[in-house]
Ligand binder design. Structure first.
Ligand code: GLU
Length: 399
């Protein structure tokens, strides 16, 4: 972890057009005490994003605020507790949010689009590909898509949960080069700078292991540190790094830092991308999919998939958990219970229960139909311990 000014190796000025995802949270959009729109912050952000568009960059904005603004519109004094009320309030706030953005961007002749996503839009392959095509088309015609979670319909178990994660997944989906997480501090510090004058600024985090170490610190300090949302930002940076995206955590009130980062200046805290991001399909399996079950393997099968690069066969499975369907994502565990991979399974749980431990040639006789020879094909397997040093120590849950 680097806590001093880096040498200029990381600060290579960008000369070509880049694709950037910029995420702004409710606390930056609205004044902390009044809950009113922080208009000057928003206007400065809109101006910066339009300037980046004019320079030829492709820009996606991920904006929170639907729930907060909906509460204000309905004059609620506290955030709703029930899911139905949260969804209702988000439906009120999302329209207000887009109206403000449209007014501001329209003043600068910049067309925008609203894209509302739920986790299942990125979990199902056909919807994932479709979402990608929509983004690509919008960016090709010069529109700035404004993304939020579709809070009004997303049920709890299908939620991204926070827009930090959503923005990292969008950056991965569209193959962005940069993810900017705007917050209310200028960068990360080694401790809470408000109570600890010795806290050192963190300029860059270049190794995945350092993100892990930092997460432990941020998690431990919880909401007493910074915005209270640092853990999700670190998790987002981890997803983004795995997908080959550089993340910058920087101050939402100073949106000119986005252009400065592109110009190679060491603003904010920057997280280096993995030099060898996974192929798009594997990134989707690793990051987009919420697993619906677990497959436990014997030792031979674990070794074959982790070290041998082999597909997973029914013969090597000893036990399954969960009521998954064919083509769902599952976690794959070694015989000692540790998670070793994720993959897309070719059989549903009921059928797999009947064929586990059996040879592939027996499957047709047992099930009455000839399905795939493999239970998880190696093209649909993402192994947790990739030899890439940037990726070796990412826990599976965070892939
Ligand atoms: N989608 C939520 C909203 O618009 C925000 C989620 C978050 O704050 O990360 O209110």
């Amino acid at each position: 972890m680097q806590t001093v000014l880096p040498d200029l190796a990381m600060a290579i000025p960008v000369t070509s057009a880049q694709t950037l995802v910029v995420k702004i949270g409710t606390s930056s959009l609205t004044g902390s005490t009044t809950g009113q729109f922080a208009l000057s912050t928003l206007a400065a952000l809109v101006e910066s994003l339009c300037m980046l568009r004019h320079q030829g960059h492709q820009v996606v904005l991920v904006s929170s605020g639907a729930v907060g603004i909906g509460c204000r519109r309905l004059q609620l004094t506290e955030r709703p507790k029930t899911l139905a009320m949260k969804q209702a309030v988000a439906a009120v706030g999302q329209g207000r949010l887009m109206r403000i953005y449209d007014d501001l961007f329209s003043a600068l002749n910049q067309p925008i689009a609203q894209v509302l996503l739920t986790r299942s839009d990125l979990a199902q392959r056909s919807r994932y590909v479709n979402s990608y095509r929509t983004f690509r088309q919008l960016l090709q015609i010069g529109v700035i898509p404004i993304v939020n979670e579709n809070d009004t319909v997303a049920v709890e178990e299908l939620k991204f949960g926070d827009n930090d994660t959503l923005s990292a997944l969008v950056a991965s989906l569209i193959g962005a080069q940069w993810l900017f997480l705007l917050t209310d501090v200028d960068r990360l510090y080694s401790a809470d700078p408000r109570s600890n004058p010795g806290a050192e600024p963190i300029i860059s985090i270049d190794r995945m292991a350092d993100i892990q170490a930092f997460k432990a610190v941020a998690g431990g300090q919880g909401s007493t540190w910074g915005t209270g949302g640092m853990l999700t930002k670190l998790e987002a940076a981890q997803i983004a790094a795995t997908a080959g995206v550089r993340t910058v955590i920087t101050d939402g009130r100073q949106p000119q830092t986005i252009a400065q980062a592109l110009a190679g200046e060491a603003v904010g805290t920057q997280f280096a991308p993995s030099p060898r991001p996974g192929r798009a399909r594997k990134r989707w399996i690793a990051a987009g999919l919420a697993p619906s079950g677990r497959l436990h393997l014997d030792r031979g099968a674990s070794t074959a998939i982790v070290n041998g690069g082999k597909s997973l066969l029914a013969a090597g499975i000893t036990r399954i958990e969960g009521n998954f369907d064919a083509q769902d994502a599952v976690v794959i565990c070694a015989d000692d219970g540790t998670d070793i991979a994720r993959g897309i399974v070719n059989y549903n749980a009921a059928d797999l229960e009947r064929i586990l431990g059996r040879r592939s040639e027996e499957i047709k006789g047992i099930l009455g139909y000839g399905g795939a020879d493999t239970v998880v094909h190696r093209d649909n397997l993402v192994i947790a311990t990739d030899p890439d040093p940037m990726e070796t120590d990412i826990p599976l849950a965070n892939l």
